[in-house]
Ligand binder design. Structure first.
Ligand SMILES: Nc1ncnc2c1ncn2[C@@H]1O[C@H](COP(=O)(O)OP(=O)(O)OP(=O)(O)O)[C@@H](O)[C@H]1O
Length: 715
């Protein structure tokens, strides 16, 4: 009996989701029937009317009847092992489309490719004529041998030799076999032959194909998880067909699948990668994998940094895991909220009270003045955060002996008792008033769990780059030291809060247990290249335990408009231009909720929001935590955009006085190391805001642009 499989394009462009409900029901009924029939029964089944299109190019392509008006197109290798669903189309279109297709096994990736052979044959001669008159061709420097080694076959090679530039390749790509198109796109983006081999071909580690023609094809189908999903049974079929299609749920890249579905890791594991490489996607798939192996009574914590991300992860996980009983076994919270829960429980149900940033600063200021200290409130707060809390220093002797890594202002030992007094007064003040800072709450909650024992069997962490050692300690204590204890996803290039961590010293070993994802699924290559320029040549410290991280090989195969950089004479003119641009996006059919406006400050975001509303464009502040279904352009700070994504993003107010924001950067004469760290965080913040954009990015300023833009050659 055949196994059912779907090809990605079955859903692509919303084709399946757009079919009327009764047609989808018929598709479902036909598909329920397939696995129950032998090849002979399939051919004989009158209801399905299973037959090749007239003039078929490929002998394995068949069509079948969905109803009187629609037919399905399948790739059905002769041995009858697999039925690969390609599309459902109106009757005549289905025949015409099916007749155009050809299919084959890629010589390098050993995956199955199905392509529009008729289109390719039609377009190539015209392109050849144009190429004859063109100057330089796009792949002139790459030999036929190299292209063949990357899996490019004779027909694609002929086509590739006509291509003049990357734009033309984009026109051609839909006609080409998919793996070959991908290879050409990355070569066109400047990646070397070796790099493309390593990142696209070699790591697929395909199963060798042997035997007769149909078993080679069967193996190829199994070698193509990026585009082909095998359906294990009726339940999975229902899950795929009955929910709105989301590619990330079904088609993981091999590098993503390998990390997410590895049966077990001997301990903690870490996945890094630039923006949009699917780290959150991998984290959610890992949760699904772990859920399927959970023993009775065990639970999973999926945790991240902000509330907006918690709700994104929660709704993603609901899409991925259909069984409500399984979902119930996952807690999705921020790390700080988790600390709050532990403390509430410990206090018999009474929730802790937290200090805001401004109140914390005021307390430090009061102490500095009262004790007549030679340090200001900022220095004191940082010393407490980066030395005392980070190293969990509890007594003056330990403080006297402590190293102060990352602190650039030397501190004579003789002065430390005075400083310790300030620290003790601060914590005594918190205790007396029954309040916590969020980080101290994490530290206290960690101590509680260290005494009382862990709560979870697995902890999965997203946006890990911004967690403070006190938060890590809480996570460490939340799960026993066992295989698969912590699964950590993060990107050091998006570190926008000041977090310096040695995971090893906190009992979390990830050295040698890391995968770096490189393929961006979110943004166009134009947006990526533009945003990367902001960080070029600036080393970024890795997620844990020293060493730098890198964006080498980071890329996208999507293409689109170049980002726009716009300088205005004053703020009103800038806001007017942002409003005009956003309105143009909406008029072009983009839903307002798929558009974001980001600024360094809430006041600027608010101003743009008001400008939009005045022009009749609905807009909401991210601060008001709008529900996903709330209509309106999202406006907020760059910080609030962390981890989110939008089709179009306008980053406003990127002026010399605002980015970097002087108040967020410790002056170099106060602490040179902290100064450099703060400056980098501001730079990363702009990088984060820009990389939220999928299709279009607009960056603006008034008067003088930010030094980050001028240094990157953007303004
Ligand atoms: N295999 C995939 N197929 C299709 N889409 C994918 C795949 N993996 C990720 N995506 C999509 O790419 C986008 C980025 O994914 P995700 O948010 O997981 O990336 P990230 O690495 O966590 O990003 P960031 O670090 O910028 O927050 C999402 O729209 C996601 O659905």
């Amino acid at each position: 009996m055949p196994q059912l499989a779907f090809e990605k394009r079955f859903f692509k462009g919303g084709d399946y989701d757009a079919l009327p409900v009764h047609v989808r029901k018929n598709v479902r009924e036909a598909m329920d029937k397939f696995p129950k029939l032998t090849p002979a029964q399939l051919k004989a089944d009158k209801g399905l009317n299973f037959k090749p299109p007239a003039g078929a190019r490929n002998r394995h392509i068949r069509t079948f009847k969905v109803d009187n008006f629609h037919r399905g197109v399948v790739f059905a290798p002769e041995g009858g092992g697999t039925l690969l669903l390609l599309k459902v189309l109106p009757h005549d279109d289905a025949y015409a489309w099916a007749a155009k297709l050809d299919a084959g096994v890629n010589s390098a990736t050993r995956g199955l490719e199905v392509w529009d052979a008729e289109g390719l044959e039609r377009v190539t001669p015209a392109m050849e004529r144009r190429a004859a008159g063109a100057g330089r061709l796009l792949f002139a420097d790459i030999s036929d041998g190299d292209l063949r080694a990357l899996g490019v076959d004779d027909t694609t090679l002929r086509a590739a030799r006509t291509i003049v530039d990357a734009q033309q390749l984009e026109v051609f790509a839909p006609y080409l076999p998919e793996d070959q198109a991908e290879v050409l796109q990355f070569l066109a983006n400047g990646f070397g032959v070796e790099e493309v081999w390593r990142d696209i071909v070699a790591h697929r580690a395909p199963a060798p194909a042997a035997g007769d023609d149909s078993s080679v094809i069967e193996t190829a189908i199994r070698n193509t998880p990026t585009r082909i999903a095998l359906v294990s049974g009726a339940e999975e079929l229902a899950e795929i067909l009955d929910r709105p299609f989301a590619e990330w749920r079904i088609f993981l890249h091999p590098s993503q699948r390998k990390v997410a579905y590895r049966p077990s890791y001997p301990g903690s594991y870490q996945v890094t990668g630039g923006p949009g490489t699917g780290k959150s996607v991998v984290a959610m798939h890992r949760v699904r994998h772990l859920l399927n192996h959970l023993r009775p009574g065990e639970r999973i914590l999926l945790t991240t940094f902000t509330n907006a991300l918690v709700s994104a992860l929660r709704s993603g996980l609901t899409e991925l895991v259909a069984d409500p009983d399984l979902l119930e076994r996952v807690d999705v919270t921020t790390v700080n909220a988790q600390a709050g829960r532990v403390l509430t429980e410990a206090a018999g149900g009474e929730a802790p009270h937290f200090l805001g940033d401004a109140e914390e600063q005021a307390r430090w200021k009061e102490i500095a003045e009262r004790l007549d200290l030679p340090w200001n409130e900022r220095f004191l707060a940082q010393e407490y955060r980066h030395v005392v809390l980070a190293q969990r220093i509890d007594d003056p002797d330990a403080y006297l002996a402590a190293d102060r890594p990352g602190r650039g202002r030397p501190l004579a030992r003789a002065l430390r008792p005075l400083l310790w007094r300030a620290m003790s007064e601060f914590t005594a003040g918190l205790d007396a008033d029954g309040v916590h800072t969020h980080l101290r709450a994490c530290d206290v909650a960690a101590r509680t769990l260290e005494e009382e024992g862990p709560l979870y069997r697995h902890v999965v962490v997203d946006e890990a780059q911004d967690l403070h050692p006190a938060q890590w300690r809480l996570l460490r204590a939340a799960v026993p030291v066992r295989p698969d204890d912590l699964f950590i996803a993060g990107d050091p290039h998006q570190r926008i809060y000041d977090a310096k961590v040695s995971l090893k010293s906190l009992g979390i070993k990830v050295v040698g247990r890391t995968t770096r994802l490189k393929r961006n699924y979110r943004s166009t290559q134009e947006i990526l290249a533009w945003s990367r320029a902001l960080l070029d040549g600036r080393p970024v410290e890795g997620l844990a335990d020293g060493g730098d991280d890198t964006l080498a090989g980071y890329r996208s195969s999507l293409h689109g408009a170049a980002p726009v950089a716009f300088g205005a004479p004053d703020q009103d003119a800038e806001v007017a231009e942002v409003v005009r641009r956003v309105r143009a996006w909406v008029e072009a059919g983009i839903a307002p909720s798929e558009i974001a406006v980001a600024a360094r400050f809430n006041a600027v975001a608010r101003k743009v929001k008001e400008g939009l509303v005045a022009e009749g464009v609905p807009a909401v502040l991210l601060r008001s935590t709008p529900k996903p279904e709330t209509e309106g352009v999202r406006a907020g700070t760059m910080h609030a955009l962390k981890g989110l994504e939008f089709r179009c993003v306008a980053v406003a107010g990127v002026c010399d006085w605002a980015v970097p924001f002087a108040k967020a950067v410790t002056p170099a004469d106060v602490d040179p190391i902290q100064h450099a760290t703060d400056l980098m965080a501001e730079r990363c913040l702009l990088f984060v805001a820009c990389t939220r954009a999928r299709d279009q990015l607009h960056v603006s300023w008034h008067k003088e642009p930010s030094e980050f833009l001028t240094e990157a050659g953007i303004a």
